[in-house]
Design a protein around this ligand. Structure first.
Ligand code: AMP
Length: 278
């Protein structure tokens, strides 16, 4: 596995290749969820590039950026074992040669106004900026992203359409800890006790889903779950039911549509998100 920091070096290696290239963008502090994406890409492509770049423009909370975990040596070991061909670790100046405050805006529209779009102003613009630039650097044929970041997948799908990028987005299932907590780099900032508490997030998503499947009203299920989360010691930001294609919020279940439950909650100052298809 080559570890590259410069765009010029990356292009020299990739320009000598033709055919499928799989790409897995990450912010590092890799866990099994990330590695499942890498293994899938390695299975499906003769060449796989993984990037590690903690993107400053997608953090609306400076403290979250400063505390973002970094485990580069362990990450490189995991990626080597998973079969990645290139680990691309650019510096900020490589991704943002004109600085990080150029004010470049992406037409994200509705997706920037709901859920994480509403709670994290500027976040999806930063995500669009960096994903677009990384795609221009790597020029993959196949892009692997995790359903754990459900809204992010929809933003990137829209970006690919709007910019007419010649890449196929492959959305991979969420890997979870034994207790159901979605794996996340931010989990590393939680105490052992908080990790147990945080499993209430997925448990309550399941309770709401089961209730919906029994025909119970969403609003009542939502209230019960929010209360249960608070009693467990979490601070929920939202728990919503949405159309899984458009993310239009649904006040009640609509069996004619694909649906997804989405949640964000804070614990010990760490913001956690999860989702479950209904
Ligand atoms: P991040 O490093 O958090 O930006 O994540 C990099 C990629 O890994 C994104 O496409 C995430 O959706 C994906 N990912 C993060 N956590 C998981 C998980 N638990 N299971 C599957 N994919 C994940």
């Amino acid at each position: 596995m080559l570890i590259l920091k410069r765009l010029s070096d990356l292009r020299r290696v990739l320009d000598a290749r033709s055919g499928r290239i799989g790409f897995v963008p990450t912010m590092g502090a890799l866990h099994e969820g990330h590695l499942s994406l890498v293994r899938r890409s390695v299975e499906e492509n003769p060449f796989t590039v993984v990037s590690i770049f903690v993107n400053p423009t997608q953090f609306n909370d400076k403290c979250d950026f400063d505390l973002y975990p970094s485990t580069p040596a362990r990450d490189a070991e995991g990626l080597l074992a998973a079969g990645a061909d290139i680990l691309y670790m650019p510096e900020v100046s490589e991704m943002y040669p004109n600085g990080t405050s150029t004010g470049e805006q992406y037409p994200i529209g509705y997706l920037d106004t709901v859920l994480d779009g509403a709670f994290r102003p500027g976040h999806f613009n930063g995500v669009s900026l960096i994903v677009h630039r990384l795609l221009m650097h790597v020029k993959p044929t196949h892009l692997y992203m995790g359903e754990k970041d459900f809204q992010q997948c929809l933003v990137v799908k829209q970006l690919i359409g709007q910019q007419q990028l010649p890449v196929e987005l492959i959305i991979c299932p969420t890997l979870r800890e034994a207790g159901g907590l979605a794996m996340s780099s931010r989990n590393e900032r939680l105490s052992a006790e908080a990790r147990e508490t945080a499993s209430a997030i997925y448990r309550n998503l399941q309770v709401v889903k089961e209730g919906l499947n029994r025909g119970e009203e969403f609003s009542a299920l939502q209230q019960q779950a929010l209360q249960a989360l608070q009693e467990a010691g979490l601070e929920p930001e939202y728990l919503q039911l949405a159309d899984a294609l458009t993310l239009e919020l649904l006040p009640a279940a609509d069996p004619q549509r694909p649906m997804v439950l989405l949640i964000a909650a804070r614990l010990e100052g760490v913001r956690l998100i999860d989702n479950l298809r209904v």
